[in-house]
Design a binder for this molecule. Sequence first.
Ligand SMILES: Cc1cc2nc3c(=O)[nH]c(=O)nc-3n(C[C@H](O)[C@H](O)[C@H](O)COP(=O)(O)OP(=O)(O)OC[C@H]3O[C@@H](n4cnc5c(N)ncnc54)[C@H](O)[C@@H]3O)c2cc1C
Length: 416
Amino acid sequence: MRETSEPQALSSSWLEIHRKVKQFTEERIYPAEAILQGPDQHLAKQALTQLINEAKSEGLWALGHAREIGGQGMPFMDYVYINEVIGRSEYGQLVFGSYSLQDSIMLQQYASDKWKNDFLTPLVAGDIYPSFAMTEPDVASSDPTQLKTTATLDGDQWVINGRKWFITGAHMATYTTVMCRTEMDVSGHRAFSMIVVPTDHENYKVVRETPVLGINGGHFEVEFNNVRVPVENLLGGRGEGFVIAQKRLGPGRIFHCMRWLGQAQRAFDLMCERLHQRQAFGDSLANKQLLQKYVFDSYSEIQSCRHLTLQAANRIDKGDAARLEIGMIKVVGASMLHNVIDRAIQVYGAKGLTDDLPLGRMYRHAREARIYDGPDEVHVQSVAKQILKRYRDDGPGIDFAERDAEIMVGESSLGY
Ligand SMILES: Cc1cc2nc3c(=O)[nH]c(=O)nc-3n(C[C@H](O)[C@H](O)[C@H](O)COP(=O)(O)OP(=O)(O)OC[C@H]3O[C@@H](n4cnc5c(N)ncnc54)[C@H](O)[C@@H]3O)c2cc1C
């Protein structure tokens, strides 16, 4: 199967790795997906471990993690491209060790020496898994200044109380990073801090799994009931929780969007293949103009989104926070993903809805994308506000083309 575009910006030294990751994904992960998502947990674990071991032995593990923490130190822009291929299968992140990237950067930058020593090396090696606990069932967590989970200092220990949900990977996590209110007399974002909690703590409880659209995707409700942890479990400083979260989420959303492109590309490949295979009313489906429009719409949405995502990544690489661009691609990327998979299902007719193809499951995951990491509406509002503020403060005639051109010519500022 062919990509809709070659990754021309990828450094030649990494291009070979890109091809290897794609080949590995298509030849070894796709055929294992039925077992990986099947009912037999033991078999699934065995299959995953085998794939991980193969990825490691073939030099495809932890490509984007910095060398000093045990990764391969792939430059950011090259790694952005790799994420598209990793994203083709929902298991790619686990198999290639990229699942822990955001959390390991967070630990490396903000954790105390003890937690770095205890967690960082095994995290990058894939021996342990993280989880990130922010959202709460009882408050609109798209407005996280309302979060109710508290951490109060008692001597040299934080005492944490609260309930979180939609905590992805809580069933396999060795520790969770919890967003807690620590500053009781401060309002707004500066009232919150992040604290590391080992999940074997007796007062930390995984309450239940919440299946999503019929898939047990590993999202859990958890409870903190007087969980006491040492003061050194605080990440960064008091009140810095949201600053750290933003740093974690920014590049993370770029990786999300690239993985969505991988999913969309897989659906598009399947759609085009079917259009050539299937005949109806005396002609190939590929010759039906209504279906050719699906090809046009999907191709143009994928390509537009790919370029927008790469442009946002470029900004990050040059040291810009790219808030406007990231907010925009989060919304248009999720919509593109849904539309492309939806058209592919339509082209397959009834078969598109069955588990004989990956499309049904991909479609359900695609629906999640409009909600996690902030629902569409929050990003739409934030992007519109940023643009309107510029028009209000700088006057009419903002040259967005010039602004984009400036960032494209700068030097890379990222060391990983
Ligand atoms: C698959 C999946 C995985 C997740 N993983 C994690 C995880 O690992 N850790 C974690 O902490 N959280 C996780 N989440 C939670 C996710 O981040 C939240 O669901 C999200 O932030 C929205 O919060 P909420 O569900 O409370 O919706 P609410 O905040 O209750 O919002 C409900 C709806 O209100 C509307 N709305 C909200 N604000 C505005 C506005 N300003 N303008 C207009 N409309 C608005 C939107 O339509 C929104 O969908 C996950 C969610 C999903 C679906």
